[in-house]
Design a protein around this ligand. Structure first.
Ligand code: ZN
Length: 132
């Protein structure tokens, strides 16, 4: 990928720059009028975006496919649901246990050595936040 020279042109006064933005001459801050420059090709024709993956420009077909894929991924069997619930409950229990242990450790003034045995705090947080 080489460096592509970008040219932006104001549709009102045809002033050209090599960066995007709104034209200072044609925009009026006080009346909230913003004239955005349009990107043009080297020959002066209007540049058309071809990047489908860029945010904001989404192909409807792609969106539909992504939606389908997302839905099929969410579809879970009863068994999977039960297993997931069980796992989440176990994670919650582990978190509670860790919190209780931390409290106990704080209360007795002991160093927080026992908590690392349950699992790193990062793992517990990940399991919980995944549900949201
Ligand atoms: Zn202008």
């Amino acid at each position: 990928m080489g460096i592509v020279k970008q040219i932006w042109k104001c549709p009102e006064c045809s002033f050209q720059t090599n960066y995007r933005g709104s034209c200072k001459d044609c925009s009026d801050k006080e009346s909230n009028v913003w004239v955005h420059r349009e990107r043009i090709n080297a020959d002066g024709s209007l540049y058309e975006k071809k990047l489908v993956s860029s945010p904001g420009v989404i192909d409807p077909d792609q969106m539909r496919a992504a939606f389908k894929q997302n839905r099929s991924r969410q579809k879970k069997t009863r068994k999977q649901m039960a297993a997931q619930k069980k796992q989440q409950e176990a994670e919650l229990e582990a978190l509670k246990a860790a919190q209780a242990e931390q409290k106990a450790a704080e209360g007795s003034g002991q160093p927080l050595g026992g908590i690392t045995d349950i699992g790193s705090p990062g793992e517990i947080v990940f399991g919980v936040s995944e549900e949201e």
